[in-house]
Ligand binder design. Sequence first.
Ligand SMILES: [Zn+2]
Length: 69
Amino acid sequence: MVLDRITCPYCGFKGRTSDFYYMYEKVLYIADHSIADEERNRPVLIICPRCGKGFFLEDPYEKVIKSIE
Ligand SMILES: [Zn+2]
């Protein structure tokens, strides 16, 4: 899937993917003095440059809902 334009669901700002900020949440686990990667798959949070609100491009619960159905 190629993303050309992103629309903010809060203020309606339309911009290119490069106009937005991205935040990736990562949790590190320390086990036996080494860092273990978490196994959870977290989506990237997209932050609107106009209103500053963060949203997910893909619904983080979509995969869970699909696996239940
Ligand atoms: Zn916005």
